[in-house]
Design a protein around this ligand. Structure first.
Ligand SMILES: [Cu+2]
Length: 141
């Protein structure tokens, strides 16, 4: 009986998920933003997090200079995060941003390349936020 309830719940949530997420909508890459270098040598930009997107979602930065990102969530309910992983380049960013909150992060990318930015939050058994299009890219030149 308990299993039946679980199965029914899974089915219901999946059905709702399918309704919310339009099928076949690839996540769109917005116009690239070349992050400006301030007088103090820091590359600063503000990224807006929403359900389920980053704006801008394509950041271009220079290697070897610190990057400071202000992450502002305009989501009303869902918690999000901001992840960039380049283990070979020693870059590991994983920052939670609660709904409606603003957090500042700082990191210095050391090697050129294009690295995915994504949110790995998910409300099981719904698809992850990344699967819903919450992703972008960090282009290090
Ligand atoms: Cu998210």
């Amino acid at each position: 009986m308990q299993l039946l309830i679980i199965l029914a719940t899974v089915w219901l949530l999946t059905a709702v998920g399918v309704t919310i997420v339009p099928a076949g909508e690839p996540s769109q890459s917005g116009p690239p933003m070349v992050v400006p270098v301030a007088a103090d040598g820091v590359q600063r930009a503000t990224v807006t997090l929403d359900s389920y997107s980053y704006s801008p979602n394509h950041l271009i930065v220079e290697a070897g200079k610190p990057v400071e990102l202000t992450l502002t969530s305009v989501a009303t309910f869902a918690p999000h995060n901001f992840i960039i992983k380049d283990p070979a380049g020693g870059l590991l960013v994983e920052q939670d941003v609660s709904a409606g909150k603003t957090v500042t992060i700082k990191f210095t990318p050391t090697r050129p390349g294009t690295f995915p930015i994504y949110c790995d939050k998910r409300l099981w058994p719904l698809p992850s936020h990344r699967d819903k299009g919450m992703e972008g890219k960090l282009e290090v030149r």
